[in-house]
Design a protein around this ligand. Structure first.
Ligand code: AMP
Length: 251
């Protein structure tokens, strides 16, 4: 079985986000970019499944500007067998990404498609659900544990929900999106970084996949959150209780 993993290039999680002066989005020029953390978890899970003998190949795919190839190289250095880059220069919203993924699934025919539960740049949390809908495949979102039964072609997925753990049984092929506690992604070692340079990355354009990139959605404005007001030091517990009661009105 082949596993396809969608990995997105985003502003590194440790970077302090700056809004562009014209408020059209966040600054990405001269900013450290990395693989979306939930996508690292998705790739790690695919690699573990392959290492346990339940999959034969892991294909990492990424959509966006030419620099996505760097992110794919990181994925290849972690252990993915090959990469696919769909080059698109404009804004890519989840429905467009889901359509591109569906087209790639039709080309590659994986038994499992794994995505992060959300990209930390736009926090959409939509792509996995949309591509499962477009493909008509079962979906296990926010997975905190994945167990594959190759013989019966079933994936058992634990999901952390408000009231506890929900366990789903999905017939393969299926879509899984990963939550934070699923695993701890590995670091790429130097020899694997070197090896990754010779692994194949195939290129597609959206036109070649018969996908029109358009959106019914327009970002009107991006603004910084309001600045937090300075706190005050209270002199006693009585003072604190008085402020909570009479100023903050929370007790
Ligand atoms: P989102 O729905 O935008 O929060 O993204 C959820 C997941 O969809 C990400 O963690 C990725 O696995 C996948 N994804 C979204 N955008 C892209 C992209 N441009 N390239 C590759 N994967 C993507």
């Amino acid at each position: 079985m082949k596993i396809m993993v969608a990995i997105k290039r985003v502003v590194d999680y440790a970077v302090k986000i700056r809004v562009k002066p014209d408020k059209t989005g966040v600054e990405t020029q001269n900013v450290k970019m990395s693989m979306n953390p939930f996508c690292e978890i998705a790739l790690e899970e695919a690699l573990r499944i392959k290492e346990s003998g339940l999959a034969s190949e892991v294909v990492a795919v990424s959509m966006g500007t030419a620099q996505c190839v760097d992110t794919l190289r990181t994925g290849l250095a972690m252990g993915a067998d090959r990469g696919i880059h769909v080059e698109a220069t404009g804004a890519l919203y989840p429905l467009s990404v889901a359509k591109l993924l569906k087209a790639l699934v039709e080309v590659e025919k994986p038994g499992l498609l794994i995505l992060g539960k959300q990209a930390i740049d736009d926090d959409c949390n939509q792509t996995g659900q949309m591509v499962a809908g477009l493909l008509g495949w079962p979906q296990g979102t926010f997975a905190s544990k994945v167990v594959l039964d190759k013989e019966n072609q079933v994936a058992t997925v634990d999901r952390e929900v408000d009231g506890g753990l929900e366990t789903l049984s999905l017939d393969l092929p299926a879509v899984i999106t990963t939550d934070l506690r699923l695993n701890q992604p590995r670091y790429a070692t130097l020899p694997n970084i070197m090896k990754a340079k010779s692994k194949a990355i195939k290129k597609f354009t959206p036109q070649e996949l018969n996908v029109e990139i358009k959106s019914d959605l327009e970002v009107v404005q991006v603004t910084e959150p309001p600045k937090r007001k300075a706190g005050v030091v209270v002199s006693s517990v009585d003072d604190l209780l008085d402020k909570l009661k009479n100023e903050a009105h929370v007790i």
